[in-house]
Design a protein around this ligand. Structure first.
Ligand code: DOR
Ligand code: ZN
Length: 382
């Protein structure tokens, strides 16, 4: 789950820098989001993006198509995309489906397509925003976009998925109340031949909390926002009991200048594609998880959920996408080492043990401590 910003916002990121950050982070495949400029909401826009990215990526890639109030028929004509992204709450960009009947139409008409939701209820957010409109401290972000707003949207999405039997993927769950609702759903529906509902958690929701606003301000403004320690504990527990299916970066770079603006103007999002695997390897070294689980959450299950052909495993007949990690290597995360165009990371100063040291994409060595000039990335087949 990445936002590589092309077309339209290449001053924040492009496929050269984004995919360099990816291979340096041991990532071999990315699924890119449609909130570009213009947004990817038509066959024409999708085809244009395909042409733009082809031959320019060091990692394999797939694309989401975005839902709008009136493009369901258009999406039926599109081919080869990862899933339909539905923003139930407004976030970066102007993609939004906040009308209940439009939302239901997508669930009804696309039972076999992955529907990936950004689940934050727009009415709930707007109501809270009104209450805080005179304040400017970035910490209000977590109050405005509360866990209850996320919970409301998750509940609505699960209700529709149950009604129409969808393949629903809930992006970036961030709170205890959301994972509890998904847990209940999975248990209640476990007897049906397969539960087609999955969810992801981001490293920033696993490792960062609201305490950080004091130091980092808008640099940790992200949607959904950071939560309290109790929510973080609930997310780790949900990984352990498999309520959460995958770990996804939601790499969403914005420039230092943009992040330095007033709270209401600064965009939401943090870079993360280069730091996700080292953070998880470090967690393994600290005994929080084992390496097999990391492989499951970051390779096996993502490939299964999005039905990526020949990916997610080391097996005969599968693509030769490999990452070699040195579990004893200790390094500090530094802004200077970030290959994202924006050149900063919310994990600056963290000392992590366990780093990717070699990355292969389709059998080609693309990183061995330095990023190679190999653009071996191919579009994923779904
Ligand atoms: O914080 C976020 N940033 N959340 C999103 O939903 C979008 C993303 C972005 O594109 O910057
Ligand atoms: Zn995202």
């Amino acid at each position: 789950h990445v936002h590589f910003r092309a077309p339209g916002q290449e001053y924040k990121e492009d496929w050269n820098t984004g995919s360099a950050a990816a291979v340096a982070g041991g990532v071999t495949t990315v699924l890119d989001m449609p909130n570009n400029n213009p947004p990817i909401v038509s066959v024409k826009a999708l085809e244009k993006k395909r042409k733009l990215v082809a031959g320019t990526s060091r990692v394999n890639f797939g694309f989401f198509i975005g839902a709008t109030s009136d493009n369901a028929e258009e999406i039926k004509k599109a081919k080869g995309f990862a899933g339909i992204k539905i923003y139930m709450g407004a976030s970066t960009g102007d993609l939004l489906v906040d009308k209940r009947d439009t939302l239901e139409k997508f669930f009804k008409e696309f039972p076999e397509t992955v529907i990936a939701v950004h689940a934050e209820d727009n009415v709930c957010i707007n109501q809270a925003a009104g209450q805080y409109k005179r304040l400017h401290d970035p910490e209000i972000h977590s109050k405005i976009r509360s866990a209850e707003c996320a919970y409301e949207a998750v509940r609505a999405a699960l209700h529709l998925a149950k009604k129409y039997g969808n393949r629903l993927h809930v992006c970036h769950v961030s709170s205890g109340v959301e994972v509890e609702e998904i847990r209940k759903f999975k248990i209640a529906n476990a007897t049906e031949h397969d539960v087609r509902v999955s969810c992801e958690v981001t490293p920033h929701h696993l490792f960062l909390t609201t305490d950080l606003y004091g130091v980092m301000g808008n640099f940790v403004k992200v949607n959904p926002p950071l939560r309290e320690k109790s929510d973080v504990a609930a997310l780790w527990k949900a990984l352990e009991d498999r309520t959460i299916d995958i770990i996804a970066t939601d790499h969403a770079p914005h420039t230092r200048e943009e992040k330095g603006e007033d709270y209401w103007k600064a965009p939401s999002g943090v870079p993360g594609v280069q730091t996700s695997l080292p953070l998880m390897c470090d967690a393994v070294n600290r005994g929080e998880m084992n390496l097999t689980e990391v492989v499951k959450y970051m390779c096996v299950r993502p490939a299964e959920i999005f039905s990526m052909k020949r990916k997610g495993k080391i097996e005969k007949g599968y693509d030769a996408d490999f990452t070699v990690v040195d579990m004893d290597l200790m390094k500090e995360v530094r802004d200077e080492d970030q290959l994202t165009k924006v050149g900063w990371t919310p994990y600056k100063g963290k000392k992590l043990k366990g780093w990717p040291v070699m990355t292969f994409v389709g059998g080609v060595l693309v990183y061995d401590g330095t990023v190679k000039d190999e653009f071996a990335g191919r579009e994923v087949r779904f």
